[in-house]
Ligand binder design. Structure first.
Ligand SMILES: C[S@@+](CC[C@H](N)C(=O)[O-])C[C@H]1O[C@@H](n2cnc3c(N)ncnc32)[C@H](O)[C@@H]1O
Length: 172
């Protein structure tokens, strides 16, 4: 399977380091999961779809075997995660962040990030909606959820809204 440019762009933005603890929401086929683990980061990938979980596991069997990757079937809003257990979190093309209020989902992510931890909510550049409609909604939701330094990137390869959990040393 080819690697979509938007996924490469999102992982470059996340810039995971070896041994960092990263959370991915909605891995789908598991392409970004592979790129993150190839950089030596430890990843928990969570998808509510059993098919997506199966695809991510199949594509990334070596990373599971090496202990870098765990894949879990769950709705983000229902996830029970250790508080402050992650250095970074990201998603690519997961629409829950702008199609309705994502307060419950962002509360889970905010609590799961360590102080200074980063969140990147990423999207491909093409879609039925104008980019501003997505980035304005996601940016407002991140601020309302308590994320700091919320910023927007809108580039030919992708869109991203990023924020940090307050306190500590900010991630990249
Ligand atoms: C459009 S796909 C994107 C897949 C992959 N990130 C990519 O860019 O190719 C969205 C994925 O997010 C998952 N998803 C959507 N909302 C979710 C939620 N609230 N909790 C967990 N997974 C979710 C879907 O099951 C699906 O696998």
């Amino acid at each position: 399977m080819s690697v979509p440019e938007r996924v490469v762009w999102a992982v470059d933005l996340l810039d995971p380091w070896p041994d960092e603890r990263i959370l991915e929401i909605g891995p789908g086929p598991g392409v970004a999961a592979d790129l993150v683990c190839r950089r030596g980061a430890r990843l928990l990938a969570v998808d509510r779809s059993a098919v997506a979980v199966e695809r991510t596991l199949r594509r990334n069997a070596a990373h599971v075997a090496s202990g870098l990757l765990e894949v879990r079937a769950a709705e983000l809003a229902a996830l029970d995660l250790p508080a402050g257990g992650f250095d970074g979190a990201f998603s690519v093309d997961v629409n829950v962040f702008w199609t309705r209020s994502p307060a419950a989902e962002l509360a889970v992510l905010h609590s799961a990030l360590r102080p200074g931890g980063r969140l990147h909510v990423c999207f491909g550049p093409t879609g039925p909606q104008p980019p501003d409609r997505i980035t304005t909604a996601v940016g407002g939701a991140l601020r309302a959820a308590g994320f700091d330094d919320v910023s927007v990137r809108s580039e030919p390869t992708g869109l991203a809204v990023s924020g940090f959990r307050a306190g500590g040393i900010s991630g990249r």
